[in-house]
Ligand binder design. Structure first.
Ligand code: AMP
Ligand code: ZN
Length: 463
């Protein structure tokens, strides 16, 4: 089935049209100078949903994510200090140590959330030579100029500059707030290579002087290195629309002479207390802080799945509690189906699979895909067919449903039932089958079913 994604550039849902059935996918990754909060994690969850949708629908994927470990200023518009340098000074560590530490933290959270690793994860500092050569091409093709502060992109040379953020020439005032370089030709011009001040820590030789790359160039260079001159899908947070991605488009065009990205998609933010969840704006939560409060990563994943990526999602503990309850309910229903003996007609199963796939294919509509999963679990008699179907759905959902064990069910099962079940296990060990049967009936009369498993194990489910 064909995947359609809302293209922020054309403002239409468009079919992904990969060459050789392999979707080239780029997603702007983390700046590794601080802990990633659950807002950041929503971004990587969306990246993962897009990746899983591509695979679920039968395409192959070549997926790249950068790690920004140099050159991202405290503002997106080349102003302020380099975030990595700020962290370095704050923690009295080298930028390499900072990057390694925070990337490892971020990666651990991504793995806990069952976010699959892209085929290529590339730190900007590992492609400095590629970046320099990209900047050289931009200069050679007449789209850049050199000042005493570094190399700039001349936005006036690319007439379509501003098309993603929907700005016309007169509105291109961003970048004009502080004139970092009076030699800049246009307010929107942005830096490709910065000549480093003497005390700057991260710096490399270049044809234009010792310095470091601007933030935007890394994504163009990394995309070009791993995906070449055709990218089917490129995504990131909605705040990247007006500056970072605008600049990537211009850089790509300057190098290649054509548009490189087919579809740009943007995810809206995770909101908290009426604003975007953000370190600078107040309270944030990390996956670790949620775990300490008793929530599992899969509770959070189910919460994320319940909203479409193109809409802001409000974070409240009420909503997270409801996701937690839903995950328990889901586990219970799934286990019931696992030991169910009914057979479901294949056209009914096909119909469920078709509806599920259609929602995935329609701009990765996770809330509607989830509704099909609930339909399958709730409205069909207990059946291994449903169990297998929902495990298939989980290739997209990523809820680790194949790892759900009886033990997770125990959470829901009253102490009294567990005690009776253990007494029954002892009776069986003692070959006292009369007592074992009496206990089974008692458990049944209290609303629970006990199913024997190999090696004297058992499973309890609700009647
Ligand atoms: P950063 O590490 O700040 O570069 O951010 C990494 C990713 O997280 C970017 O794609 C951001 O757009 C995204 N992001 C940051 N805050 C939020 C939020 N509150 N909700 C969703 N995504 C966010
Ligand atoms: Zn990027």
């Amino acid at each position: 089935m064909e995947l359609k994604v809302f293209n922020s550039l054309t403002k239409k849902k468009e079919a992904v049209r990969p060459i050789n059935n392999t979707v080239n996918f780029y997603f702007c990754g983390p700046t590794v100078y601080w802990f990633q909060h659950i807002g950041n994690m929503r971004a990587f969850f969306v990246m993962d949903s897009m990746r899983r949708a591509v695979k679920y629908l039968g395409y192959k994927i070549n997926h790249v994510m950068n790690i920004t470990d140099v050159g991202h200023m405290t503002s997106d518009e080349d102003e302020g200090e380099d975030k990595m340098e700020v962290a370095s000074k704050r923690e009295h560590k080298s930028p390499e140590e900072i990057a390694k530490f925070y990337w490892n933290m971020c990666h651990a959270d991504m793995q806990a959330l069952n976010i699959e690793d892209p085929e290529h994860i590339c730190p900007a500092t590992s492609v400095i030579l590629e970046i320099i050569s990209f900047v050289q091409d931009i200069l050679d093709h007449g789209y850049g100029y050199i000042t005493k502060n570094g190399v700039y992109f001349d936005t006036s040379k690319y007439p379509r500059y501003g098309m993603l953020g929907g700005m016309n020439q007169n509105e291109k005032k961003f970048g004009a707030r502080i004139e970092v370089d009076e030699e800049k030709r246009n307010p929107a011009d942005f830096v490709l290579w910065v000549i480093a001040k003497d005390n700057h820590i991260q710096k490399w030789d270049s044809p234009w002087g010792v310095g470091y790359p601007g933030w935007h160039i890394e994504c163009s260079a990394i995309g070009n290195k791993f995906l070449g001159e055709h990218i089917d899908l490129h995504g990131g947070g909605v705040e990247h629309k007006t500056v970072h991605h605008e600049n990537e488009i211009a850089q790509n065009y300057a190098k290649t002479g054509h548009e490189v990205v087919d579809i740009w998609f943007h995810l809206e933010h995770l909101m908290f207390n009426g604003g975007k969840m953000s370190k600078s704006k107040g309270e944030i939560y990390t996956l670790t802080s949620l775990k300490e409060k008793g929530y599992s990563p899969m509770d959070l994943r189910l919460f994320f799945l319940s909203a479409h990526y193109s809409k802001p999602q409000n974070f409240t503990f009420e909503a997270l509690n409801s996701a937690k309850e839903s995950y328990k309910n889901l586990s219970r229903l799934l286990l019931k189906h696992r030991s169910g003996r009914n057979v479901i007609e294949s056209d009914k199963l096909d119909e469920l699979k078709r509806r599920f796939s259609e929602y995935v294919a329609d701009d990765v509509n996770s809330p509607l895909a989830l509704s099909v999963m609930w339909d399958a679990l709730k409205n069909y008699p207990d059946s291994k067919d449903i169990y297998n179907l929902v495990l298939d759905f989980d290739h997209f959902l990523g809820l680790k449903l194949n790892e759900i064990k009886e033990s997770e069910q125990d959470l829901d099962i009253p102490e009294e039932i567990i005690t009776l079940a253990e007494e029954r296990k002892t009776a069986r060990n003692n070959r006292d089958y009369a007592l074992s049967d009496t206990l089974r009936d008692k458990i049944l009369s209290l609303g629970y079913i006990i199913v024997d498993k190999p090696k004297n194990e058992y499973e309890i489910t609700k009647k």
